[in-house]
Write a new protein. Sequence first.
Length: 119
Amino acid sequence: MNTDKIYAQAIANEYSPKDTSKVVALRKLDKKAKTPANIFAFTFGTIMALVLGTGMCLSMKVIGDGSSAMMIVGIIVGLIGIAGVSVNFPIYKKMLESGKKKYAYEIMQLAKEISDSED
């Protein structure tokens, strides 16, 4: 198997014009299946990272009044942030799987039509 040839074909396919309506529709369906999971993962991950950072700042007495109570609050907030960041990827995978399952039939039919028309 010539991997250079496969690589060259993959690059060429990336730059070839894709103005057929079926290819555009296939790309839109693929994007429609993946976008909600991506948006959730980036948004939730960013928010939880900020929560984790706030907890760290509180526990290290960088922000707040520097009391022991604020340190305990910081530890709790930090643990919430750690938990949120930890579950972000499994939630993303479930949402992506769900989106792919939702549009799988349409994508497979369209891909089959495109591959049959090229032969």
